[in-house]
Design a protein. Sequence first.
Lengths: 397, 397
Amino acid sequence: MSSFGSMWADLEPVGRHSSTGGYRRFAWTAVDATLREWFRGEAERRGLDLVTDRAGNLWAWSGNPDADGPGLVVGSHLDSVPDGGAFDGPLGVVSAFAALDELRARGFVPDRPLGIACFADEEGARFGVACAGSRLLTGVLDPDRARALTDDDGTTMAEAMATAGHDAAVLGRDEETLRRVGTFLELHVEQGRGLVDTGDPVGVASSIWPHGRWRLDLRGRADHAGTTRLADRDDPMLALVGAISVARASAERHGSLATVGKLRVRPNGVNAIPSEVTAWLDARGPSEDGVRSVVAEVAEAAGTVPAEESWTSSTDFDAGLRDRLAAVVGEGAGMPAPVLPTGAGHDAGILSAAGVETAMLFVRNPTGVSHSPAEHAEPADCLAGVDALARAIEALA
Amino acid sequence: MSSFGSMWADLEPVGRHSSTGGYRRFAWTAVDATLREWFRGEAERRGLDLVTDRAGNLWAWSGNPDADGPGLVVGSHLDSVPDGGAFDGPLGVVSAFAALDELRARGFVPDRPLGIACFADEEGARFGVACAGSRLLTGVLDPDRARALTDDDGTTMAEAMATAGHDAAVLGRDEETLRRVGTFLELHVEQGRGLVDTGDPVGVASSIWPHGRWRLDLRGRADHAGTTRLADRDDPMLALVGAISVARASAERHGSLATVGKLRVRPNGVNAIPSEVTAWLDARGPSEDGVRSVVAEVAEAAGTVPAEESWTSSTDFDAGLRDRLAAVVGEGAGMPAPVLPTGAGHDAGILSAAGVETAMLFVRNPTGVSHSPAEHAEPADCLAGVDALARAIEALA
């Protein structure tokens, strides 16, 4: 297990912000390049063959998936939300390498090729589209749209990729890569307290709620805060008030979740009535109709037509694989591991929707807190996750 | 009048943002240094003696204010709000040089020293305190507090001044500079439509409303937007909704103005419930009690104690000077120029409160729009302003 601790220690300082303690690991930045270099080093150390696909996702293969595939792939992502935690993403990648180490130490030889994947830009923190790497790989994100996406500084994804040494001209559904992937398995820290309630260190995912992101452009007229009569104002902050309060009330009514977590105010001066406020709405829930109703009600309150930046329908993971994994993971305890849904999107969800046989394992999160510097998992539970992943690989490969 | 046009053309591109067309001229930046260099050049070209005071304000003197003073000073500022207009500030500085040119062309010789002033950091766009240069000069802004003020990147005012070559160790009330200023006269574009209503190109200020800025720190708990139940959330966006809506309603009730024009959201991620939202409240009005009531009601709605970043009581300009100027400016029209109050703060207000004999001239603003790229004044009105300023100098010097 020492390989887990040493990998964790290597990643610990990368992209960590000194004052918040949170991670800022955004796609196609210098920090991202350091993380990719780390992945390359871990793959080389284990004699794996590293391949970068057309979308910029990294694949480290043991065995030849073209000749002897399709293979079994385990992995996750290394990027983060702004001021995110250490576990969301990296736990799945580090556990994949550690599980491989454990299996090799036991002398296990897989009977099909085994890959470890690191997906690019899972959080979409920089360009607004979550799971951009897996969406590009599977072709559900249009390459032209992706290339033109901009970050807050106006840099396009194509420019950011070029700076990082990846040619955005090759973006597009990558059949060659997809053919290699027979089964995909993603281990992830839980982002809720389901496993706290059941008292288990590891669980298996049943489904991912339908979820999406919408941008609300609230336009007004810039003017002087000290001289413009209230009646003469066209202040987009008032539309923002409507958007935020309706998002909450409407989500409650429809049994969904809705969040306005990101704002951009222009010109953002203390004594200037804003010319424009841009608000991003994240909405999800067990029912697609419920989510769609929330978005419609928020848009009406804000008086604007929302721009849909991403949308993912409900994803039910492969039922056979799910039950098999629940049995394998629960073997030690003498009963199947718990099976639970999640509101969080994952690359596993994108691959599942694209027809890949896919499953997810969750590791217990004692507070349920995620997307925060306070995100945490206990070391013993992380090791239980590595063990569960190793047993899953053994059963499937 | 060609000197006005050529100065205006020189300033036109400095700090202008290519996509918004607005100006971003913030204190102690490279753009600010270019503006100061421009001021120095205009002073040198006219044989004026340039002095930088302890606060970093620039003074260009004709004559010796120490030996033959105190003198008459005209001027304004060159910095801007984010995406501000071309007139707020620069019109007063350019008109001061142009009025001097006009008087010299006519052979006028003042019988007391004549200065042209350029105040530093009038808008407070970078460090949050408006009229920082004149507040430091007069000692109403504590030097320790000023040095420790930070911009959005965490740079302190002391560091920013040092980078720009000004030693922040010398900040503090500057008696030597104040002794030189017998009378201060600031020409400014009007930031309302008072002169449109009266049909005059130029007016005289009566008073500045009491006004201030408060920072509201709204704290919550960062968490995942897709997995945290609504009931478990501590989302500071809901407190923001209360602050903005109460600011508007309370200002209406108290006959005041209140604006939330600047926000900072942390971490500002689409799928992250914010850990903190910081909102800035600008409040003003004819009555100090009304303004104080608005701030108290907003603070209660937001559930926080507001941090007062600046406060300026009502300022009534010198009545004798005001009436004399109204008569001088109105001479051509055969009746005194209109006298009108304003809700906007100015360095003239700070100097007046500090006991300097002070007056302001306003130039008509056809739309009343200010703090916006659309801010405008007609060329003929600008020239009428230069003419009024020249006649005022003639009468007072």
